[in-house]
Design a protein around this ligand. Structure first.
Ligand SMILES: *Cc1c(COP(=O)(O)O)cnc(C)c1O
Length: 493
């Protein structure tokens, strides 16, 4: 064996010098702490310059580069241009802002790097424990099942798959959707339902048309009388209603459907009751939000997101299902290479891969376990309460200014409003508000969201942010008024 070959046979992907790596890792931790503790000093967002984008566009690296240099490139090219969602003034779409124990948990999850598909090891126990805590939070019985998933979309998909398999009344896993069942089964949700539910129904073979969207009341909750009418009409047409999806915290306005009433309709009609709680389910931790969520514990299944209002680093979602057996029967397949032993690493009865689509799964439970232990459920509840109070504070600022108009009731922590002057057309107002949003964004001052309600363009502030302070909204409102006056003045002249 030549000297060169000898080297290759000894080669691994580990550092050749652990001491240099240790120093670099210490540096990374220092940088991460500086970065996180100084967020407020940064712009929320900045357009990535072309020159930086070009620096990323390289051919596949064939040779090694030392990690210091790679890290240097990261710090120069990537780190300065974040999405901005951990900044105190990020209120767009609906995202959490991360936690320090969350990112440290993610780090250790990668160091240990277990596969949460199954097996007899501590990681598996940690995920079981985290799911048990979430059951306790949602007042689901200990006998229910659960799974950590990437987020609300996968949680809804997982629950709707179980609902479909149970409610179609035959072996859907074997037979699939047959001629007799196609275009026959219907499911209900409000017109404000999140689009991921439609995607799930498409993938499940039921088709987007199986989702009958029911109009909402003035407060954007599902209209119960119309829902009941629609169920009767559908049954008279020979269709088979099989489930209702209630939303606790709609994406547009944070509205919470009347969950108790939906549960009653489901009981009477023998329908599966699913709650899409991606935004609002965890608000049961807040004293002031909890009463609005009454009835969520009556659901057959809940989809919830921990990377939204519980601030876990992406990705962290969870699905809970009351009928444990139905959940397992929907997903469990055990080929010979996954058969279990009664002792050793390959033992254990309930492997997570039997409860969802994924076989290999990341140790996402660790960051949740660390964060919940560090802060405790009560503190997370206080953060949620603070955001709801901040939403109403912003609501008061809007009421105090003639040029601002609230466009929907404030649901949980979501405020939809616009800059408004009487003499301008709706079309011009839409254009002005879009421009206001973009200028605030390009100044790096704040990141606000947007949506359309009845064709009116809204500025939408969704405050799932534990770093936001009350005075941040004074700053926002002043900026909106200043930009609004400037651009509407130029339109007028
Ligand atoms: C965000 C959201 C989803 C989708 O969740 P992801 O975590 O983005 O997959 C589903 N439903 C509602 C109501 C949401 O707000």
């Amino acid at each position: 064996m030549g000297a060169e070959q000898q080297d290759v046979s000894q080669e691994t992907l580990d550092p050749t010098n652990w001491e240099t790596t240790r120093k670099l890792m210490h540096q990374m931790i220092d940088d991460a702490i500086d970065y996180t503790s100084n967020l407020r000093q940064r712009h929320v967002w900045e357009q990535m310059p072309l020159e930086k984008i070009k620096q990323l566009e390289t051919p596949l690296p064939q040779e090694s580069t030392n990690l210091e240099q790679v890290y240097h490139q990261f710090k120069n090219t990537i780190l300065p241009f974040p999405m901005g969602n951990i900044h105190p003034r990020f209120w767009a779409w609906y995202m959490g802002s991360g936690t320090v124990s969350g990112f440290l948990g993610d780090f250790w999850a990668s160091v240990m790097n277990p596969n949460l598909g199954g097996g007899n090891h501590a990681g598996h126990k940690v995920e079981e424990q985290v799911i048990n805590w979430i059951k306790e939070m949602m007042r689901f019985p200990p006998s229910s099942s659960g799974l950590l998933v990437s987020g609300g979309s996968m949680a809804n998909f997982t629950a709707l798959t179980v609902a479909r398999n149970i409610k179609l009344g035959y072996d859907v896993r074997q037979k699939g959707i047959t001629k007799e069942t196609a275009n026959k089964f219907v499911i209900y949700g409000s017109s404000e339902i999140h689009s991921c539910n439609q995607k799930a129904l498409e993938i499940l073979g039921l088709g987007a048309e199986s989702l009958h969207k029911i109009p909402v009341n003035a407060d954007y909750t599902i209209n119960l009388a119309t829902l009941e009418d629609q169920i009767t009409k559908d049954k008279n047409k020979g269709l088979v209603p099989f489930a209702i999806i209630g939303t606790s915290g709609t994406i547009n306005t944070g509205a919470i459907d009347d969950l108790k009433a939906l549960s009653n309709i489901c009981k009477r009609e023998s329908l599966w009751f699913h709650v899409d709680g991606a935004i609002g389910a965890v608000a049961v931790l807040s004293d002031i939000a909890k009463p609005q969520l009454a009835g969520i514990e009556l659901a057959d299944s809940i989809a919830l997101d921990l990377h939204k209002w519980l601030h876990m680093p992406f990705e962290a979602g969870c699905v809970l299902i009351k009928n444990h057996e139905a959940h397992k029967n929907t997903f469990s397949v055990i080929p010979e290479y996954l058969e279990k032993h009664d002792r050793g690493l390959g033992s254990g009865s309930d492997w997570f891969s039997e409860y969802g689509l994924q076989l290999s799964r990341r140790f996402n439970a660790l960051k949740i376990w660390m964060s919940l232990k560090e802060h405790g459920a009560k503190k997370f509840g206080r953060m949620i309460t603070k955001n709801i109070n901040q939403a109403h504070y912003l609501g008061r600022l809007i009421k105090d200014h003639n040029q601002l108009e609230l466009l929907a009731p404030i649901g949980l922590d979501i405020v939809c409003f616009r800059y408004h002057v009487n003499y301008l057309s709706e079309e011009k107002l839409n254009a002005i508000n879009r421009e206001i949003k973009l200028q605030i964004e390009e100044q790096g001052l704040a990141m606000i969201g947007y949506t359309s309600l009845q064709s009116t363009y809204c500025l939408r502030v969704a405050i799932a942010n534990h770093r936001t302070r009350y005075e941040d909204f004074d700053l926002l409102v002043n900026a909106i008024l200043e930009i609004g006056v400037r651009i509407s003045g130029s339109l007028n002249s």
